[in-house]
Ligand binder design. Structure first.
Ligand code: SF4
Length: 293
C-alpha cells in the first residue's frame, strides 16, 4: 500500500481516537482520583467526567464540544519514505475528520474572524518535527481545548530567583487561573532555552504518559512536590472544590543562557485528547496510547 495512504488512514484513526476516547493512562488517573476524592462536589464532578467519557466512547462522539486547536507532534526517521508529503496528508486527514467524526470547526482567521470551516488554516494544524536516524514515523495528535490553552503562561524570570522562584511561579499560575482550565489538569512545565523553547517543552511535557516516572531523580521529586502543592489549593474538579486539581505535573528542560531563566506553564484540561501511533517502514502500524477495538 502507498505510504501516503497508510499515513492518512493512521491520522484519521488517531484523530477519531483522540476526539472520542481518552488514553488509558488518563482514564485510569481519573478513576483513581474519583476513588480518592472525598469532597462531595469534587466527587460528583469526577463522576460526571467519568460518565461523560463512557458515553462518548459508547456513542463514538467527541468528549467535548470544543475541538480545540489540532497539533501533530512528529518523530520522523530520516529514512522514512514520504516525509515531504506529510503536511498535506495531515491537513487532508483533519478536513475529513471534521466531517466524519464530526468535529466543531474551530479555526478562525486571526484578523478577520472568518472560520475556515474545516479545522485547518495558516499554520493549523500545527506540526512539530523531530528527526532522528531511523526508518519509522511516530505521530502524536493533540486536540487542545481553548479553556486550558488560555491559561498557558510564560515568565522570563531572573536566574537569581532559582528553583524556589520557579515553584512559586507554577503555584501562582495555578491559583490565578483556578477552575477556568477544566480541572483536573495535567500541568506541563518547560524551563530553559528561550521563550519559544520553554513553551514548546511545556507543551511536550503534557504529552508524557501520566504514570511514567521522570528518569532524573531530582526532577521527579520536584514534580511530586508540585503535584502535592497544586492539589492542596482546594480548587478541585471543575474548580468547584476538592483535592483533585491536577492529575500530574511534568517537567521538561533545556540548557539556558546564563542570564535567562524562562519558565513556561502549559495546562491540559481533563479532556486530554492525545493519541499516538508508530508507522514502520514495512507498513505496520502500532497504536501507542489506546487499545484498538
Ligand atoms: S478546556 Fe477542555 S474540557 Fe474545558 S471546554 Fe475546553 S476542551 Fe472542553
Amino acid at each position: 500500500m502507498d505510504v501516503g495512504l497508510i499515513i492518512e488512514r493512521t491520522a484519521l484513526t488517531l484523530l477519531k481516537m483522540a476526539a472520542t476516547r481518552l488514553p488509558e493512562d488518563v482514564k485510569s488517573a481519573l478513576q483513581k482520583a474519583y476513588e480518592r476524592e472525598d469532597h462531595p462536589i469534587g466527587r460528583l464532578h469526577l463522576r460526571n467526567i467519568l460518565e461523560n467519557i463512557r458515553l462518548a466512547e459508547e456513542n463514538n462522539l467527541p468528549l467535548c464540544q470544543d475541538t480545540g486547536i489540532i497539533s501533530f507532534y512528529l518523530r520522523a526517521g530520516s529514512n522514512f519514505r514520504g516525509l515531504g508529503r506529510i503536511e498535506e496528508i495531515l491537513c487532508r486527514a483533519v478536513r475529513k475528520s471534521t466531517v466524519e467524526i464530526p468535529l466543531r470547526p474551530n479555526s478562525v482567521d486571526f484578523f478577520t474572524n472568518v472560520n475556515s470551516g474545516d479545522n485547518t488554516g495558516r499554520h493549523i494544524p500545527y506540526l512539530n518535527w523531530e528527526i532522528f536516524d531511523g526508518d519509522y514515523l511516530e505521530i502524536t495528535v493533540l486536540l487542545k481545548g481553548g479553556g486550558s490553552e488560555n491559561a498557558c503562561t510564560l515568565n522570563m524570570m531572573k536566574p537569581s530567583e532559582g528553583i524556589d522562584g520557579l515553584k512559586k511561579f507554577v503555584i501562582e499560575s495555578v491559583l490565578k487561573v483556578g477552575g477556568t482550565t477544566c480541572p483536573p489538569t495535567i500541568i506541563g512545565v518547560g524551563v530553559g532555552g528561550g521563550a519559544d523553547i520553554a513553551m514548546v517543552l511545556a507543551k511536550k511535557a503534557i504529552l508524557k504518559p501520566i504514570n511514567e516516572e521522570n528518569p532524573n531523580r531530582k526532577i521527579a521529586e520536584m514534580e511530586r512536590e508540585l503535584y502535592n502543592a497544586v492539589n492542596m489549593t482546594g480548587i478541585g474538579p471543575m474548580g468547584l472544590g476538592g483535592k483533585t486539581t491536577t492529575l500530574a505535573v511534568k517537567i521538561e528542560y533545556a540548557h539556558r543562557h546564563p542570564a535567562s531563566y524562562p519558565v513556561a506553564v502549559a495546562f491540559q484540561c481533563w479532556a486530554a485528547r492525545r493519541a499516538a501511533a508508530r508507522i514502520y517502514s514495512d507498513g505496520r502500524v502500532e497504536y501507542l496510547t489506546h487499545k484498538l477495538e
